[in-house]
Design a protein around this ligand. Sequence first.
Ligand SMILES: [Zn+2]
Length: 348
Amino acid sequence: MVPVRPSAVELPERVPGPPMTAFSDGSGTGGTSYNLGMLQQRTIKSLTRAVGVGMHSGQRVELTLRPAAPDAGIMFRRIDLPVPVDIPVSAQAVCDTRMASTLSPGGDPGAPKVQTVEHLLSACAGLGIDNLVVDITAEELPILDGSAASFVFLLQSAGIALLDAPKRFMRIKRAVEVDEAKGAARKWARLDPFHGFKLSFEIDFKHPALDQTGQRFEFDMSSGRYKHDIARARTFGFTKDVELMRSRGLSRGGSMDNAIVVDDYKVLNTEGLRYDDEFVKHKILDAIGDMWVLGHPLLAAYSAFKSGHALNNKLLRAVLADQTNYEWITFDDETRAPAGFTALAPAW
Ligand SMILES: [Zn+2]
């Protein structure tokens, strides 16, 4: 564990002067010499592999994580198909949000897919990985232990490499909010301008096992505690929903090895919970992954009430629908970047 820098003094909404420069598409790589002090993009040092089953499909899948070039972004590659199909991450690539975030090229529902990407993308966000190629041999990523911890371990085992290109951030310039339903059933998610990335999440389950745990949590990436406080939180499911989910072809690979399972009264896993408030922490883990379909970190404060994959994606699409909501920036001087973005890997 690297000592975490003292938390940044919050800067004014717009940092004046040259340290923080507006990014313009097309500028950048190809022989340009960058400021030595810039905040750099990241990938992994060597390839690494894992094997597991998809939570919803129950299918065995091999996963290979490969280093990628600067500005390549995060790309899933279906290598089980006769001709491999590349599926780059983007908000528009999200084509299905029932129970998990599913991507396809350009969001085309008829195209090859990659399902349940959010836990790997959350781990990428936690370690600041901008560029990665993810080979998979089936339609769904392995669920592993149901959290992001196994992906964090894989990425850290491969080693984190700094690249000679500035890290790009999407800076939110004004509040954007989306919601669903009305009255007591209303759910919402929003992004507000913030120099850093923090999340506030509230769930509202009327259930004896969940009522005992905290249903609200706030997490600031600048704390440097993603791996410790968030990554280990597992996905969860209710026994009463399992039959319905399986009839829809979901949760075929789900078990107490990769999920917290709750009946009408209590948690059934004999080992209990990893955190007292593991449920809401998993919702934060998911939201971090759902935001990372942008392929770049947000400079924003995310807050949500009962949000999920669908509403999280609707929020990103609402941001992207109006270019005055955001701007792309880089940090020529990494000391001007929010704490946490520089205190992450490689040694973390
Ligand atoms: Zn999840």
